[in-house]
Design a protein around this ligand. Structure first.
Ligand SMILES: O=C(O)C1=C[C@@H](OP(=O)(O)O)[C@@H](O)[C@H](O)C1
Ligand SMILES: C=C(OP(=O)(O)O)C(=O)O
Length: 409
């Protein structure tokens, strides 16, 4: 496997049509709900993303040790699934996964009667899960400002509990659209729930078998928006995206309307073309944290000043994404600074058009967010295979759009 690749785009003119990978968030919910329903659902367009392929394999595995690798949804959703169904499992993950907190979820599951032991540091994977002895408890207060994946994990198992579950969300609700996505998928599979104020109520119910078609991934679409914004000329069709999406990252269409990309919806997906770009953007990423890297890298490349909030969860994802962005932006003469607690300013610098070299920190989104800069200058990307987590065909799709790729040893 090459240690790095160098990308360039000789013409800067892009006319292409891309079949995006499917959403790993939708696919991983559908897989968990399908196994909870007890009858295999017909799932179409399951993502080729490693996070989804991995969950599929693990759900079919009899092994006692389960390796969630670097997949947050896999670790959190399986913890709740094994705990509530009382399966004896040891859940492990990458070194980084063992630095990503899971205490809020483990505390909640223990209150419901799960037996979970930390095998390493308190509050973090690896975990040992054993028999479930239902506590009969129905009301739980859970923090909602660290990761919405804890809430989604609890919601999906909630209908199995004899009393159902009432979750009181405590604090700011981060990544809220992912909670709504979970409730929408549950509804698709026949389970009703109510989300009013900060209270989510899920009565005891049975999932029904249904077929489900996973939509293309809007987070993956964001890198194509950057490409259109940076191209000299562009007309890009992205297949399989819908206006009435379950995915909060569909907000990328509104954000990019400020950064020079016009979106039109067709019956097959979306078409992206170029339009006027503004000089300043202020945005709160609380609902769509996975778009932050795309927008920050693009703002630096376009010379657009940004004022951004809602980045709290970025420090505990595949890497500390704020730190990774700060370092890589500095390498191109731009600055990302926290000016008051929680408020960041990105000041673009004068960009050298000679070449770029970006490190990726075992984070697929670092690789894909910076790759579009190859439209400005030859761009070296370290450890390019990281994209396999959500978009394994990313580099091949870039070649389809006439990017040239040289793999380095
Ligand atoms: O539930 C999901 O599918 C996800 C929720 C988000 O995580 P947080 O809730 O931890 O912000 C998001 O960043 C992640 O890529 C996928
Ligand atoms: C944060 C992400 O994934 P996860 O938390 O599921 O590992 C991501 O894909 O950007």
């Amino acid at each position: 496997m090459s240690k790095s690749l160098t990308l360039s785009h000789p013409t800067g003119v892009i006319h292409t049509s891309i079949k995006l990978p499917a959403s790993k968030s939708e696919a991983n919910r559908a897989l968990i709900i399908s196994v909870l329903s007890g009858s295999a659902a017909e799932l179409h367009n399951l993502s080729e993303a490693n996070d989804t392929q991995l969950l599929q394999r693990l759900l079919n595995s009899d092994s006692e040790t389960i390796d969630a690798e670097d997949a947050g949804t896999v670790m959190r959703f399986l913890t709740a699934y094994y705990a509530i169904t009382g399966q004896s499992k040891t859940l492990v993950g990458t070194e980084r996964m063992c630095q990503r907190p899971i205490k809020v979820l483990v505390d909640a599951l223990r209150e419901l009667g799960a037996s979970i032991t930390y095998l390493g540091e308190e509050g973090y994977p690896p975990l040992k899960i054993e028999a479930f002895k239902g506590s009969g408890k129905k009301h739980l207060k859970v923090r909602s400002d660290i990761s919405s994946q804890y809430i989604s994990a609890l919601l999906m198992v909630a209908p199995l509990l004899p009393e159902g579950l009432v979750l009181e969300l405590d604090g700011k609700i981060g990544s809220r659209p992912y909670i709504n996505m979970t409730l929408s998928l549950m509804k698709h599979f026949g389970v009703e729930a109510a989300f009013e104020g900060n209270i989510i109520t899920v009565p005891h119910q049975k999932y029904k078998s249904a077929s489900f078609e996973v939509e293309s991934d809007w987070s993956a679409a964001s890198y194509w928006y950057s490409i259109v914004a940076l191209a000299k000329e562009a007309d890009v069709t992205l297949l399989g995206l819908r206006k009435d999406s379950f995915q909060g990252d569909s907000a990328v269409a509104d954000i990019m309307a400020h950064l020079g990309v016009y979106t039109s919806f067709t019956d097959k997906g979306i078409q992206l073309t170029k339009k006027h770009c503004e000089k300043f953007l202020s945005y709160d990423f609380s609902d769509c944290p996975d778009l932050a890297q795309t927008v920050v890298a693009l703002g630096a490349a376009l010379g657009v000043k940004l004022e951004i909030t809602g980045l709290e969860s970025l420090r505990i994802k595949e890497t500390d994404r704020i730190q990774a962005l700060q370092i890589e932006l500095l390498s191109m003469g731009s600055k990302l600074e926290e000016i008051t607690p929680g408020v960041f300013r990105m000041e673009p610098g004068i960009i050298s058009k000679e070449k770029f070299n970006f490190r990726t920190y075992q984070d697929h989104r670092m690789a894909m967010a910076f790759a579009p800069l190859a439209l400005l200058a030859p761009t070296q990307i370290q450890e390019p295979t990281v994209v396999r987590k959500s978009y394994p065909g990313f580099w091949e799709d870039l070649q389809k759009a006439a990017f040239e790729i040289k793999y380095n040893d």
